[in-house]
Design a protein around this ligand. Structure first.
Ligand code: FE2
Ligand code: FE2
Length: 205
């Protein structure tokens, strides 16, 4: 498994589900509500799993992909985007399914999510594929899918994150992890053994 492929596949599924809604019979409110609920659960569990398992590793290893100024800017922007998508989902839930207000909020969620996925694919996923080993990408995939699978049926309560606080918390984790990694490499070099495990992550530097 590979976390970058799993995120990419789920983005494709999100695009498909917005397209289903666009084509759905407008008088089938029950069907619209069911498809929207399933999509809203996917949007939130996907965003939360990225914040828990993917972005911290991106902060640790990333270099700032494509048009991103830096990894920190990539992640700060991504957390802001997640909050905007959460706000649009909340707005949809405040309206009757199929009403003008509901459709406006659903389209708003689609716009924010489309912009975010494009950026995430162009910057974050591309950067991570360059920097992380397949072994680490597998480990993150397992954690990501475990969390999502546990929450898939009922969803998870959306919680906005302050982008700066998120960055402060995980940037310090990143320093700690990098220091641990450097120590592990130093010990391995001193013992003449190659480092193993998910901590041996950089394929280039
Ligand atoms: Fe994503
Ligand atoms: Fe995301």
């Amino acid at each position: 498994m590979d976390i970058t492929e799993i995120i990419q596949h789920q983005h494709d599924e999100q695009r498909r589900m917005f397209a289903y809604l666009e084509q759905w019979p407008r008088d089938d409110r029950e069907g619209l509500a069911a498809v929207w609920r399933r999509l809203a659960i996917l949007l939130e569990t996907h965003a939360e799993a990225e914040e828990r398992y993917f972005y911290p590793e991106l902060l640790r290893l990333g270099t700032g992909g494509a048009d991103a100024e830096s990894t920190e800017e990539e992640v700060e922007d991504a957390v802001k985007d997640h909050n905007e998508i959460r706000a649009a989902v909340r707005a949809a839930d405040e309206h009757e399914t199929g009403s003008v207000g509901w459709w406006t909020a659903v389209v708003d969620a689609n716009v924010h999510n489309s912009d975010h996925m494009g950026e995430e694919e162009r910057q974050d996923l591309a950067d991570f594929r360059q920097q992380a080993t397949l072994e680490l990408r597998h480990v993150i995939a397992v954690n990501f899918l475990r969390y999502e699978s546990q929450k898939a049926a009922a969803g998870t309560k959306p919680v906005d994150k302050d982008p700066q606080q998120y960055l402060d918390r995980h940037a310090s984790d990143a320093v700690t992890d990098s220091e641990k990694h450097a120590t592990k490499l130093a010990v391995a070099a001193a013992e003449g053994t190659p480092p193993t495990g998910a901590g041996a992550t950089k394929t280039s530097s």
